[in-house]
Design a protein around this ligand. Sequence first.
Ligand SMILES: C[S@@+](CC[C@H](N)C(=O)[O-])C[C@H]1O[C@@H](n2cnc3c(N)ncnc32)[C@H](O)[C@@H]1O
Ligand code: SF4
Length: 361
Amino acid sequence: MAGLYIHIPFCVSKCFYCDFVSYGGKLNLAQDYLKAVKKESSFYDIAKPPRTVYIGGGTPSVLPLRDIEFLLKFISEKYGAGFEEFTFECNPESVNEEKLSLLKDYGVNRISLGLQSFNDEELKLIGRAHRAADFLRAYEAASKYFNNINVDLIAALPSQSEASFLAGLKKLISLNPKHISLYGLQIEQGTGLYERGYSYDEDFYVRLLELGYKELTANGFKQYEISNYAREGFESVHNINYWFNGEYLGLGAAASGYLKGVRYQNICGIEEYIKRVNEGIRPAASEEKLKGKAKIGEEVLLRFRYLKGFKPGVQMLKYFGGEFENLKREGLIETEGALLKLSRRGKYLANEVFRRFVEPF
Ligand SMILES: C[S@@+](CC[C@H](N)C(=O)[O-])C[C@H]1O[C@@H](n2cnc3c(N)ncnc32)[C@H](O)[C@@H]1O
Ligand code: SF4
């Protein structure tokens, strides 16, 4: 098994844009939840230890110190130590030196910090629990213990201007993180922003992502995936495994996994998840073994995400040769030698490209 993902669905509060499975005000369930995660792991007979571990959320750093220790201890006892990459997601309002030092002691070697914006007004408008000063404190603390730090940013936020976006990005770059994830805001149904009718102009959205691309690449970052930029040698091994359709075990509420050609997704509710696991039932809500065109379509889509380009195999050409030609004509993909890749325009309109490779075709 190449990767292990553990989902921690607790947050201080729910951000207005967030569609991930995460809940504010449920931290009282943390201990039972982590025990259930440990029990869930016993449902899987894993032959080889994972190369990479990713603890994501939600907000893993919101867990109290003793619960973080319980989780890390369980991972080391069950899966060993010395992982090639071991990431722990942290939010500025809940991370501190005690927690960071514990993470370091247990072999975590990569921290992912959620900044989203450096502008306090923008942070307020998206319901973040932190402000820029909290981030700076958290970043400074994390830098004492870790060299490999990722920071998440979102473009096209309410009240954001080109100037505020660029100023924030420059400030972040000056702190010298090794990795930056720059997402374009997605307005998902059911989120606070959606309910309030927030929308942005698509040109503005593309302009900000282009500005981001220019600023980051001019400062030595390489864009290796649509939303991911890294300094040489700091690309995320765990994420690259996803894009190459590698196997991974997912544990926890809403976690997905991909084992022996089967993709599964666990149930989302925390209470229901705990109950099911304690009854000795595997908590997968859905399972799917992709076949034929659907399987190849998924491979194509994942490979496009990884921007280096790829050489389409016989099966890819058999099922999607015509689609590749259409997309080339539309200027959304291009060839570079024998490699196929998203074009500059295709990168920002990637969802339009991906749509062509998922059912209904
Ligand atoms: C799963 S979230 C968890 C990270 C962490 N809890 C946090 O909020 O910083 C991972 C990242 O996805 C991005 N994200 C979440 N919702 C988004 C949305 N609707 N549009 C764009 N990016 C989003 C944010 O940058 C976030 O940091
Ligand atoms: S963006 Fe992060 S902190 Fe905010 S609700 Fe989602 S998972 Fe929690």
